[in-house]
Ligand binder design. Structure first.
Ligand code: NAP
Length: 490
């Protein structure tokens, strides 16, 4: 592997072990260009990566197929050790990976470092899970037979990831897929492909055999992905991204009845009751809102705060948000980096302007920052009308919209008034209330008195239009396996 070979990659990014060249198919790096990667802090082009054709997409399927039989037959212990080495290499190159993520995604270095640590843990977790794939043996209730259940790798998996966690969304899929014995094709988001290529480079060094992991970037995801899904050798689609794109991909996958795992959009409610510890709720709110500058599917989107604590919560959150330092992601002092694109800033601005036009009050922020980078300031709104667009859409930015509620019933009713159901947060000092509210919330995950829920050892995923299936935890590996039942006569 040559150094400095992602075309035009800025020399600030100095670790040769992470440099990669072009598409990664069948263990070969195929040079090319066509997709500019932009630094959201400056608007400057950082690098250019290749633009895969449909033919290259199908070549990736060929490569994954050629490697499939031997990877499936590789003992679990050996697959585990490769994943473990990949984890070790990510830790070894953590700082360089964090800088790369920060440069192409814009997130503050502290967030990028957190992401690398989180991402690497999926490899460690699935290195461990690879050796513990469950099976089952029972006697049928009728006594007529014995039931043996084995789990087999599902086959070639297509993994599609978004730009907001360029490392973690990839490892959350690659880890369980490889542990299960599947070979994969990863299509990262066009905005943040450099992290994916750097990760593949480390995978190569960790001993991942050629063809087991293939990575391609394209400006034509529709046709390339359709062609891959239409190939009967591909048996799994694992997608993380927006609900509209996920819906389209489910329809596409239906044509060849491909198994789908879908991690889609969110509209997380953050409930604060009068009996909550105010400081703890504010600490949690800052994490739930401002991790990744609000560009997270789990980001608190709607703050429902009970009457008695409402004013103190608004004051406290406003003070904390106003004190955050906005700047380029790679500046160590930065706490809130830029948004991913100018279009993202325009969307946030539209949602805030609409809320304000309908009566919301701006407590801090609320005005787009100029300049070449894609910045939006930390913003707090109160008196937000409950039916404003900002209550229905993912904000995906550093804006906290606060709504006053009278009681538990009203908070629950408003929290559930969305087609999404990914994450929810509850702050109360009453355990019985916490569990009662948690049971009433229509979401796949509930954080009780915590602002962060993501954990490689826990099942991550949503209900309603936030998705299908779970990633991480002990069940994440089963998303890449098929149960095979043997009926035994003895
Ligand atoms: P997106 O626009 O849906 O894109 C996600 C991925 O899908 C990208 O790789 C994109 O490629 C690809 N894609 C776009 N159109 C496609 C098509 N027609 N066929 C096949 N692939 C296609 O989402 P995003 O803006 O990157 O990410 C933000 C969204 O992801 C938010 O809604 C967020 O909530 C969600 N998300 C969910 C989770 C979760 O775990 N539930 C985690 C993180 C993010 P290109 O980049 O080349 O267009």
């Amino acid at each position: 592997m040559t150094v400095a070979s992602v075309r035009g990659l800025n020399p600030d990014f100095s670790d040769p072990a992470l440099h990669a060249e072009g598409q990664y198919i069948g263990g070969r790096w195929l040079p090319g260009g066509g997709i500019p990667v932009v630094d959201p802090s400056t608007g400057a082009i950082l690098a250019e990566v290749p633009d895969a054709s449909v033919e290259q997409g199908l070549a990736a399927v060929d490569a994954a197929h050629a490697a499939a039989a031997s990877w499936r037959a590789t003992p679990a212990r050996q697959r585990s050790e490769i994943l473990r080495r990949w984890f070790d290499l990510m830790k070894e190159h953590a700082e360089e990976l964090a800088v790369l993520i920060s440069r192409e995604n814009g997130k503050a270095l502290a967030d990028a470092r957190g992401e690398v640590a989180y991402a690497a843990e999926f490899f460690r977790w699935y290195a461990e899970e690879a050796t513990r794939i469950p099976g089952e043996f029972r006697t049928a209730p009728s006594g007529a037979q014995r039931i043996l259940v084995d789990h087999e790798p599902i086959g070639i998996a297509l993994l599609i990831t978004p730009w907001n966690f360029p490392a973690a969304m990839a490892t959350r899929k690659i880890g369980p897929a490889l542990a299960a014995g599947c070979t994969v094709i990863l299509k990262p988001a066009s905005e943040t492909p450099l992290t994916a290529f750097a990760m593949a480079r480390l995978g190569e060094e960790a001993g991942v055999p050629p063809g087991v992991v293939n990575v391609l970037t394209t400006t034509r995801p529709g046709p390339v992905v359709s062609a891959i899904l239409a190939d009967p050798r591909v048996r799994k689609l694992s997608f993380t991204g927006s609900t509209p794109v996920g819906r389209g991909l489910l329809a596409e996958a239906a044509k060849s009845v491909v198994s789908c795992s879908m991690e889609l959009g969110g509209n997380a409610p953050f409930l604060v009751f009068d009996d909550a510890d105010l400081d703890a709720a504010l600490d949690g709110a800052m994490v739930a809102k401002m991790r990744n500058a609000g560009e997270a599917c789990t980001a608190a989107n709607r703050f429902y705060v009970q009457d008695g604590i409402h004013d103190a919560f608004v004051e406290g959150l406003t003070r904390r948000m106003a004190a955050l330092k906005v700047g380029p992601g790679t500046d160590p002092a930065t706490q809130c980096g830029p948004m991913i694109t100018r279009k993202a800033v325009q969307k946030i601005d539209r949602l805030v302007s609409d809320a304000v036009a309908q009566g919301a009050r701006v407590r801090t922020g609320g005005v787009t920052l100029g300049g070449d980078g894609f910045f939006y300031p930390p913003t707090v709104l109160d008196h937000v009308p409950r039916d404003a667009e900002i209550a229905r859409e993912e904000i995906f930015g550093p804006v906290a919209a606060i709504y006053r509620v009278a009681d538990e019933a009203e908070a629950i009713q408003l929290a559930n008034a969305t087609e999404y159901g990914l994450a929810a947060y509850v702050y109360t000092s009453d355990l019985a209330r916490a569990l009662r509210v948690g049971r009433s919330l229509e979401s796949g995950m509930v954080a009780l008195n915590r602002g962060l829920m993501s954990d490689p050892a826990a099942p991550f995923g949503g209900v309603k239009e936030s998705g299908l299936g779970r990633e991480g935890g002990t069940t994440g590996i089963l998303e890449f396996m098929e149960a095979k039942y043997y009926a035994l006569e003895f």
